[in-house]
Design a protein around this ligand. Sequence first.
Ligand code: FAD
Length: 440
Amino acid sequence: MVPGASIGMNGREISADGRALHVVGAGMAGLAAAVAGVRAGLRVALYEAAGQAGGRCRSFHDATLDRLIDNGNHLIVGANRNVFGYLADIGAPDALSPLDPPRFDFLDAATGGTWTLQPKDGFLPFWLLGREGRVPGGGVGDLIDAGRLAFAGPDATVADCVDTDGPLFERFWQPLSRAVLNTDATEGSAQLLWRMVRKTFARGAAGSRPYLADKGLSAALVEPALAYLGGRGVTAVFNERLRGLRISDARVTGLDFGNRTIGTGNARVVLALPPSEIARLLPDIGVPGETRPIVNLHYRLDGEAVLPGGGAFLGLVGTEAQWIFRRGDILSVTISAATGMAAKPADAVAETIWRELAPILDRPGAPVPPCRVIKEQRATIAQTPAQAALRPGPATGIANLWLAGDWTDTGLPATIDGAIQSGREAVKRALSAGFRAIPD
Ligand SMILES: Cc1cc2nc3c(=O)[nH]c(=O)nc-3n(C[C@H](O)[C@H](O)[C@H](O)COP(=O)(O)OP(=O)(O)OC[C@H]3O[C@@H](n4cnc5c(N)ncnc54)[C@H](O)[C@@H]3O)c2cc1C
C-alpha cells in the first residue's frame, strides 16, 4: 500500500494521511479512543477481533437462561468522571442508573450480622465512624489505616498498611481490595487502592454513589457509542484480528489482518488491546504479564429476585460469593480474585455457590436453579506492586503508534474508568505529537 493512498474499508474510504486514526480493539478503551478521534475531527477506522464490541464489558443473550446477561456485574461510582464524560460525549448521559441514596449493604453469612455503608459528604470519611456507616468492629483505627494507605510507598501491599488481624480486615479491606483491584489485600497495591479511595469515599456521597447498568452493559456503554460513531461515518469492523504490525523506520506502515494489510502511511494508530496481545505484537515493550480471574454466576430464579435488605446488590462476608446483584429474575454473583474457583468445573461452582446462597435467600434446600457460569480467566491484570510497576504509558517509541487499555499506566486501577481515560489520553497524545510525515 502506498503511504498516503486511500484504503478501502467495508465500502467506506479512510485515507492513510495525517487526519486518519486507526483504532484496533473495540473494548471500552478502543471505543473511547474512536469517539475522541471523531470529536477531534479525525477520520476513524475501528477494528475488533470478536463479533461484537465491548470486550470485557459486554452483554449477550444466553440460551440456557433465555435472558440477556452481562459477562459480569460491573459497578460504576459517581467519581468515575471519565465514564460520565464519555457518556455525555456519545449522547447517553443517563445510561446508568444511580442508587439514591448511595448505600452498600453487607451481610456476614457466618454471624447473620448486617450493616450498611452510607457515604456522606465531607472530605474525610468520618461517616465510617457513625452508627449508620460503621462496619461492625470498626472505629478510629479505620481512619488511621486509611492514613497509612495514603502514605504507602510503591512496594506496599494493602495488608502492609492495615490491621490484618482486626475485624475490619475481612469485613472491609479484603472486600474492597478484591472489588477494586481484583487482587487479594495480601498482595494488592496499596497505592492503587488509595487512589480509588481518595477519589470515591473521600468525595463523599456523590463520589461514592453506585451506578448500575439496568438494561445491561452493552445497552448502557457500548451500543450508544456504536450509534454515535455510526452516525459520523465510522463503522466498526468485527471479526478482524490484528495479526501483525508492519514497522519501518520507527513508524507503523501497515496493519496486517491476515487476509489483508491496511497501509497506515501518515495515519495515527491506537492499539487498545490486552497486554498479552501487545507482548506478541511489540515484544520490546514491557507489559504486566500476570492476570487474575473473576467468576460470575447468573441464576434464573422462579420469580423476581429479592435480596436481604431489599437493595439492588449486597456484599457478602464469610462466603466464596462476594457480591450478589439482582435484575428481574436473574440473580448474579461475583467472585473476584477467584483463582481457586476459576479452576473448578462450572457445575461444581454453581452447586457450591447456590448452597451458600439458598439459606441467605430464604430458600434452604432448594435445588440449583438454571445457571450460567462465566469465568473470565484474564479479567484484569494482577494489581500487585510488581505488576503495577510494569504498566507502560501510551507512548511506544514508534512515531505514529500509541497504547490504550485499562492495564496501561493510567494511575487508576484497571477499571472501565481507567480504560476510557486511557483511550482518550492516547488520542490526545496522538494529536499533540508532531511526527515527521512521509513525503508523497
Ligand atoms: C467480570 C468482570 C467484572 C468487572 N467489574 C468491573 C467493575 O465493577 N467496575 C469496573 O470499572 N470495571 C470492572 N471490570 C473491568 C472492566 O471490564 C475493564 O477494565 C474494561 O472493560 C477494560 O476495557 P479495555 O478496552 O481496556 O480492554 P478489553 O475490554 O479487553 O478490550 C480489548 C479489545 O481488543 C480486542 N482484541 C484482542 N486482540 C485483538 C486483536 N489482535 N485484534 C483486534 N482486536 C483484538 C478484544 O476482543 C477486546 O474487545 C470487570 C471486568 C470483568 C471481566
